[in-house]
Write a protein that binds this ligand. Structure first.
Ligand SMILES: [Zn+2]
Length: 266
């Protein structure tokens, strides 16, 4: 379904985990970020793009290689694809396996593939897509391959898996990188006077102090780990989140142990 439709971009929301796919309409190119999840949803996005395409080139950007963000890649194999260098180098077999298991469970028969990437992004690189400069900000922490997408001329920041109002941080890469990324995103919000802030899961935010609030809630949560459970009032209670929280705790505790043992080695 469509979560939000503005003149220059549309946020599609999957029925699953409220995952977002964003289509950005520029005068001479169409950008699609993270096509996801279900076949009907991917077909709808594709149809809407084609109805409005007028021969413009289509770029598909993957914020990171997690399966819920690459699952729809098969619908756009003719587009020019963009992702980080780390994305291209990552072993994504676990992600493809997740898609395989999901499809098998629900009798879905669609191609499973890690997208081939045409334009490989270096950290914090700016590219002109059509006539619009698009900056790809390296944002590790949730995942090592992660980048967020800044379209300055539209005051639009597409975060990927940060800044969600409906789920807590999933620290699947590194807690201190995650904290640095939260700082980076907060600075971007101020410096570029972001008006539209799109998380990978949950609601578009159009209020700058609410954007900062979301990012600081994540920061406070991580800083309280591994001991406390500092839960934003907007994140629901959910048995799945209890498991995520346990994983986060273990990740932070493990990194702390690693750091201590490195210090002892010196
Ligand atoms: Zn993710």
């Amino acid at each position: 379904m469509i979560q939000a439709k503005l003149q220059s971009f549309t946020v599609y929301e999957s029925a699953l985990m409220r995952t977002t796919s964003t289509v950005v309409d520029t005068p001479d190119a169409i950008l699609l970020i993270d096509p996801t999840w279900l076949p009907e949803e991917i077909a709808t996005i594709r149809r809407d793009i084609e109805l409005n395409r007028h021969d413009r080139p289509l770029y598909v950007i993957f914020t990171h290689h997690h399966f819920d963000h690459i699952i729809g890649a098969y619908g756009f194999t003719d587009a020019t694809t963009i992702a980080s260098q780390a994305f291209v180098e990552a072993d994504s077999s676990d992600q493809l396996k997740e898609i395989h298991e999901f499809y098998e469970e629900y009798y879905i028969d669609r191609p499973i593939q890690k997208p081939d990437i045409d334009i490989v992004i270096q950290p914090n690189q700016t590219l002109s897509l059509g006539s619009i400069p698009v900056t790809f900000i390296s944002t590790p922490g949730h995942d090592a391959t992660h980048m967020s997408v800044l379209i300055e001329s539209m005051n639009l920041l597409i975060c990927g898996d940060y800044g969600s109002n409906i789920e807590p941080p999933f620290i699947e890469h590194d807690p201190s990188d995650y904290l640095d990324t939260l700082q980076t995103l907060q600075s971007l919000v101020y410096e570029h006077e972001i008006r539209w802030f799109v998380p990978g899961h949950g609601d578009l935010c159009d209020n700058r102090s609410a954007m900062i609030q979301r990012l600081s809630a994540a920061e406070e949560y991580i800083l309280a780990l591994p001991h406390e459970r500092h839960w934003s009032s907007s994140w629901p209670e959910h048995s799945f989140f209890d498991r995520v929280h346990e994983r986060n705790r273990e990740m932070v505790a493990q990194k702390e142990t690693d750091r201590r043992s490195r210090q002892q080695d010196y």
